[in-house]
Design a binder for this molecule. Sequence first.
Ligand code: SF4
Length: 485
Amino acid sequence: MDVPVDNNPARDALRGLYDLFQKSLTEHPDMLAWKGQAVRDSGFFAAPASAEARTLLTLWQEEGFAKKLREESNACGFPRNDYIFCGALLAVCAARALDSGNAVFALSLAQEATSYSQMDGFAQEVILKAHHALDPRLPSIEETEDWLKTRFCLRPFTMIETTTSGEFYRCCPSYLPLPIGRMETKDVGAVLNSSESRRIKDSILDGSFRYCSKLVCPFIGGRTLMSRAEGLAQMAVLPETPETIVFSHDLSCNLSCPSCRKERIVIPKDEQERFDSLTEDVLLPLMDKAKTINICGSGDPFASIHFRNLLIRYCRTAAPQSKRLLLQTNGVLCDAKAWESMGLEGHVREVQISIDAATPDTYAVLRRGGDFNRLKDNLGFLSALRRTGRIDQLILRFVVQAPNFREMPAFAHWGIALSVDGVQFSQLRNWGTFAPEAYAQACVTLNTHKDHAAFLALLEDPIFNHPVVQMGDIQNFRVPAQENS
Ligand code: SF4
């Protein structure tokens, strides 16, 4: 690497680590498998990297570690967007802090690491280990891995999801971020049998779940995976083609929620037409054979021209009352008029509404561009559809963050009053929309957040034990609260 000469020990250490990181990456091209012992065995972690990491830790072992890392990375001339390196270095330093018994510092470094590179599996492992070190009542990694050996997940055998990058995945990409092929190939059969797809399935069959995020996956965190025996029995009778399709390739939305994006996004016309051109050869054949068609995990199906076109096209020819659609929406455009004009009647089994607030003021902040009164009217319409059996499931969703966590109990009560089937809570993730400092301010699940203790205390509210409430990955913070109650 061509670098300027200076006598800054931190920069010298950082340059050495950067070179080792690049070398280790070429030795471990599968970043997703680059965790646990694989990282500890790498040149990046071992001597002299360990000495260099210790140098950095000694120099910066106080507040502002990540800020200094960023400043020095810029001064060294590293690519500005080399967030994976920054995240990996923070994760290695976190592991070293944990090894030396400083779980609090380790946790804050590892949490910083995931704000640079949220799918860094090594950083996620350190977070789980630090949680356990700080509160032994929370599960250890070893307990989780032992439990997983007795469990099974059918998702990689039954599901396929598209993304805005035009790739297919075998689970939600934030739970299992290994792509299996591209949409444009049009040969979905080859994609379903790609080497990546087979490796993912093997990781379930061998009980390692090595590509799954033990931190993010709500089925692992919530301990709701089926038994291995049950999974193997069900797998034996599965069809060749996926039963569950999740379309997440169009980002278009009528809102710009801070947890998701910085500004309102409507994809350009040429991109919309490119997606439309896949309708007959790729999207409809997948939909025809699926039992559940989820639209969408990326924006809003009522705001996206592409998804509206797709839904109208599908509803024209799908069997009446087949109820195979699952719509994920912010609810603002989901009214009786849209329902009728798109021909949705009889085709929708489930509607999930992302709201993140129980009051108009918080809604205005977290659902930028939304209309709380219109949302409430539409919830009335959807609640009536549910009560009369015209849809089978109505779910309300809430991403927990600093401005809204105190409204969690009210939100649960609201959902129960509307007779919904589920009120789902989940942790805030950094999808690249937050600068690390802004994420640290918004993410109340970070142990360094000023309101973290208040958040933990609030989780003791008995409303969260109601059968309609689904705590998902928030449950990770709740085991002590349940035991105390
Ligand atoms: S990440 Fe979770 S949901 Fe996805 S395959 Fe693994 S266990 Fe199943």
